[in-house]
Write a protein that binds this ligand. Structure first.
Ligand SMILES: NC(=O)c1ccc[n+]([C@@H]2O[C@H](COP(=O)([O-])OP(=O)(O)OC[C@H]3O[C@@H](n4cnc5c(N)ncnc54)[C@H](O)[C@@H]3O)[C@@H](O)[C@H]2O)c1
Length: 411
C-alpha cells in the first residue's frame, strides 16, 4: 500500500478535537494520501474546514467534504456515506466517527466495500454485530480497530506492564468516574444521545471498562446500570447520569459513574480517574490515576476561546494539544494522536504485506492486545449490551453468558 486514502464518516466533536488534526499530521509525515470527510449536513463540513485552530496548525492541508457546503449549509444527506464509500478504490481506510447507533451500518458498508476500518469507541452496541464485523473483515483480511485512546496513555501502558509483572497482585475493587462538561448538552449530542440510543455509561463509561481489561486481562461477567434521565435543551430525554457496577470473572467489582454534569466553569475539559485495589493474598496494593489533572494550573488574563473555555484552566498535555516544534504550523501531541497513528500504521502494515501473510499479521495484532479489535475486545460489546438491558430495567443485574453465541439476560 502506498499512501492510503482516508474517508472519515462524521465531522463532529471527536473529528474536530482529535481525528482530523491527527490525520493531517500523518499527511504531513507523508504516511497517508487524500482525506475525505462525509457528514450529514453541509454546515458540519464548512465548520470543520473553517476551524481556526486546525487551520493554524496545518496550513496548506485540506479535505474533500460531503455534502458540498456550496449546495447550502442545511443540505442534508443521511445516506451519502454509502455512495462515498462505494466510490473509493478498494482497500483504503474508512474511519467511523458517527453517533453510536449508526456505527454498525457505516462499518459494514465499509467492510463490504473492502475497506480497512477504524471506529471510534464503542465499536457497536450489540455482541452479534461485533461478531458479524469480525467475521466479514476476517474473510477479506481487512483490519478493524476500535479507537480506545486511553490505551495509548503511557500511564495505562505502565499499569498494564506492572500488573502483568505481578506487582499489584489481583484486582479486587475499583471505582472510576468520567464526567463530561454540562455544555455538551447544548451540542449536537441532544439529537442522538437520547434514552433509546445511548447513555452516559455506554458513551464514556466504556473507557474504564476497557481500561480494567487492558490492564488485568480479566473479562466482565455481569453488569448493572442505574440511570437518571434528564432533558436536553431541545426537550429530548437522555440518561445523562449513570452509575454502573461491573463484576469480573475473578469476582472483582468495578463501579463506574458517568454524566454530562461537570460545571462549565470548572477547570479542564472534564473530571475523570480510576482507583483500583488489589491483593496478592498477603498484602494489599493500590493504583490511583487522576486522569483529568496533569499538574498544570493556568490562570489567563481572559477566557480561553474554546468550547467550555475558562479563565482558570488545568490543561491536559496528555490527551491532545497543539505544540510548536518549529513549524510548519503546529504539531499534535498526546495519546489522542498516538492512538490514531498506531491504528493507521496497523492498517497500512496489513495492506502492505503480501496477501498470504495478512491473516497472520491480523492474528498477531489480535494476540498482542494493544489495539482493540473485534476478536480481542468483544467484552466491550457484551458490557454495553448487558448495560443497556439493565438500564432499561431499572438497574437489574444482567449476566453475560459465554457460549456460541454469547448472550446477555436479566437475573
Ligand atoms: N472519548 C472518546 O473516545 C469519544 C469522544 C467523543 C465522541 N466519541 C464517539 O464518537 C462518535 C461521534 O461523537 P461526536 O462527539 O463526534 O458526536 P457529534 O454529535 O459531535 O458528531 C456526530 C457527527 O456524525 C455525523 N453524522 C450523523 N449521522 C450521519 C450520517 N448518517 N452520515 C454521515 N454523518 C453523520 C454528524 O454530521 C456529525 O458530524 C460517537 O460514537 C461517540 O461515542 C468518542
Amino acid at each position: 500500500m502506498l499512501k492510503p486514502q482516508i474517508t472519515m464518516i462524521g465531522g463532529g466533536m471527536i473529528a474536530h478535537d482529535q481525528i482530523l488534526p491527527s490525520l493531517y499530521q500523518l499527511q504531513r509525515q507523508d504516511l497517508i494520501g487524500e482525506i475525505a470527510v462525509c457528514a450529514q449536513h453541509g454546515r458540519t463540513i464548512q465548520a470543520l474546514a473553517d476551524n481556526a485552530a486546525i487551520r493554524r496548525a496545518f496550513p496548506g492541508h485540506s479535505f474533500r467534504g460531503y455534502p458540498d457546503p456550496a449546495a447550502g449549509a442545511d443540505a442534508k444527506d443521511s445516506s451519502g456515506y454509502q455512495r462515498i464509500i462505494a466510490a473509493m478504490p478498494p482497500r483504503q481506510i474508512v474511519i467511523a466517527a458517527i453517533p453510536d447507533q449508526i456505527h454498525h451500518d457505516v462499518i459494514m458498508t465499509a467492510i463490504r466495500h473492502d475497506q480497512h476500518l477504524i471506529a471510534v469507541k464503542p465499536l457497536v452496541l450489540r455482541m452479534d454485530h461485533a461478531a458479524e464485523i469480525e467475521r466479514e473483515a476476517r474473510s477479506r483480511n481487512l483490519f478493524v480497530g476500535t479507537e480506545y485512546h486511553k490505551r495509548f496513555d503511557d500511564r495505562s501502558l505502565l499499569a498494564r506492564r506492572r500488573y502483568r509483572e505481578g506487582m499489584f497482585g489481583e484486582f479486587k475493587l475499583g471505582t472510576a468516574r468520567l464526567m463530561e462538561k454540562w455544555y455538551y448538552r447544548n451540542s449536537n449530542f441532544q439529537n442522538w444521545f437520547t434514552a433509546e440510543n445511548s447513555d452516559a455509561f455506554t458513551y464514556i463509561g466504556c473507557h474504564y471498562v476497557d481500561f480494567v481489561h487492558f490492564v488485568t486481562g480479566l473479562v466482565p461477567v455481569s453488569v448493572s446500570v442505574y440511570g437518571i434521565k434528564d432533558r436536553f435543551p431541545n426537550g429530548n430525554e437522555g440518561y445523562l447520569w449513570t452509575d454502573a457496577r461491573v463484576i469480573w470473572n475473578n469476582g472483582a467489582c468495578l463501579n463506574v459513574q458517568n454524566s454530562l454534569s461537570f460545571p462549565d466553569e470548572a477547570p479542564g475539559s472534564n473530571t475523570q480517574g480510576i482507583t483500583m485495589y488489589f491483593s496478592d493474598g498477603e498484602r494489599g496494593a493500590w493504583l490511583d490515576h487522576s486522569d483529568q489533572y496533569r499538574g498544570i494550573k493556568y490562570c489567563y488574563t481572559r477566557r480561553l476561546g474554546i468550547d467550555g473555555g475558562t479563565v482558570f484552566h488545568e490543561p491536559s498535555t496528555e490527551y491532545f494539544q497543539y505544540v510548536d516544534l518549529g513549524g510548519p504550523g503546529l504539531a499534535c501531541a498526546g495519546y489522542g494522536f498516538r492512538s490514531i497513528d498506531h491504528l493507521i500504521r496497523a492498517a497500512i502494515r496489513v495492506e502492505s504485506a503480501p496477501g498470504a501473510e495478512r491473516a497472520a499479521i491480523l492474528m498477531e495484532i489480535d494476540d498482542a492486545g494493544i489495539i482493540a479489535t473485534p476478536a480481542n475486545s468483544s467484552y466491550n460489546e457484551a458490557v454495553i449490551e448487558a448495560g443497556r438491558l439493565s438500564l432499561q430495567n431499572g438497574g437489574k443485574t444482567a449476566v453475560i453468558e459465554s457460549g456460541e453465541p454469547p448472550r446477555v439476560r436479566l437475573i
